[in-house]
Ligand binder design. Structure first.
Ligand code: BTN
Length: 273
C-alpha cells in the first residue's frame, strides 16, 4: 500500500463500521463495489484503489484516475427500507467530503498557505474555489421497488497538479495541491471522510430535512444565477433551493418555478453579486 495510505491500517483496527478492500489498480472502484455487494459483501465495505483504468463519472463520462495522487473510493451501503429519496445519499456524501477536506485544510493551515472555500455544487460535485475538486457517483441495485444495496463512489483530486491533467479531462478541474501548494496525506483525508460520512448517513435516517438544510447552507449553487443544461435544452434562472428529494427548485427567468431532477449546472454569477 502506498505510504500515504498506511494510516488506513490503524483506522481499520479501531472502526466497527468499515472494512477496507485495497487495490493498486482497478477498472472502477464502483464496479468492484457493485460486484462485491452482489456477492454478499456487507454494509461498510470500502473499496479503495490507487488508480482506475475506467473511472466513471456522471452521464457515462470518464473520470481521470492516475496513480499515487488522488482518492478513488466506493462505500457499500445496505440501507434497507428507506423513508427518504436515494438522491439524498449523494448529498450526505458531499457534506462528508466538504467537512473532511475542511478539517484537513484546518490542521494543515499555517502562514503562507492560502485559505480556500470548499463547497458542494448541485447535484454531485465538490468544488474548491472555482474549480472542480471531486465528485460523487451513487449507484443502486433495486428489486421490486426495494433497494438491495447502494454504492457511494467518491473521487477527490488531492495531490495531482491540475496543470498536468490531459487536455481532454481538464475542463475546470482542480486539486487540493493546486489550490494550496500543499501535499496532503490521502489516508488521513479518507479517514476523515469516512468518520464524517457515518454521521451524515445516520442523520439522513433521523432527520433528512436537516441534511438538505445543511447542504443548502454551504452550497454556492443556491441563490445563484445559473444555466441548467437539461435533456430538453438550456434554461437560465435562479437556483432557489432543494425539495425534499434533493431535486433543484429552479426559478426560470420569466418567474415560473420548475423542479429539476437532473441537469448540469453552470454558475454564471452569484445572484446578489
Ligand atoms: C462526477 O463528478 O461525475 C462523479 C465522479 C465520481 C468518480 C468516482 S472515483 C471513485 C468511484 N469510481 C468510479 O468509477 N467513479 C467514482
Amino acid at each position: 500500500m502506498p505510504e500515504d495510505l498506511q494510516s488506513l491500517a490503524a483506522f481499520q483496527e479501531e472502526t466497527d463500521i468499515y472494512r477496507f478492500c485495497f487495490y493498486d489498480r482497478v477498472g472502477s472502484t464502483n464496479d468492484v463495489a457493485l460486484k462485491l455487494a452482489r456477492e454478499g459483501c456487507s454494509h461498510g465495505t470500502v473499496v479503495i484503489a490507487d488508480s482506475q483504468e475506467r473511472g466513471r463519472g456522471r452521464h457515462g463520462r470518464a473520470w481521470y484516475s492516475p496513480p499515487g495522487v488522488n482518492i478513488y473510493m466506493s462505500i457499500i451501503l445496505n440501507p434497507g427500507v428507506i423513508t427518504f429519496h436515494p438522491a439524498l445519499v449523494t448529498l450526505s456524501a458531499s457534506l462528508a467530503v466538504v467537512d473532511a477536506v475542511n478539517s484537513c485544510l484546518l490542521s494543515q493551515s499555517r502562514e503562507g498557505v492560502p485559505s480556500v472555500e470548499v463547497w458542494p455544487k448541485w447535484p454531485n460535485d465538490i468544488y474548491c474555489n472555482h474549480g472542480k475538486l471531486g465528485g460523487i457517483l451513487t449507484e443502486a441495485s433495486t428489486a421490486r421497488e426495494r433497494i438491495r444495496f447502494m454504492v457511494a463512489g467518491m473521487g477527490i483530486n488531492v495531490n495531482m497538479p491540475a496543470d498536468r491533467i490531459p487536455a481532454d479531462f481538464r475542463d475546470n478541474t482542480t486539486s487540493l495541491y493546486s489550490e494550496t501548494g500543499e501535499v496532503f496525506d490521502r489516508g488521513r483525508v479518507i479517514v476523515k471522510i469516512l468518520e464524517s460520512f457515518s454521521s451524515f448517513y445516520t442523520l439522513l435516517f433521523d432527520d433528512p430535512a436537516s441534511v438538505i438544510a445543511l447542504w443548502c447552507k454551504i452550497s454556492r449553487t443556491i441563490n445563484s444565477y445559473v444555466k441548467a443544461i437539461t435533456p430538453q435544452g438550456n434554461i437560465y434562472g435562479t437556483a432557489l433551493g432543494l425539495d425534499n428529494r434533493g431535486f433543484l427548485r429552479f426559478g426560470k427567468e420569466g418567474g415560473e418555478e420548475i423542479i429539476l431532477s437532473t441537469a448540469e449546472i453552470i454558475h454564471l454569477r452569484d445572484h446578489d453579486g
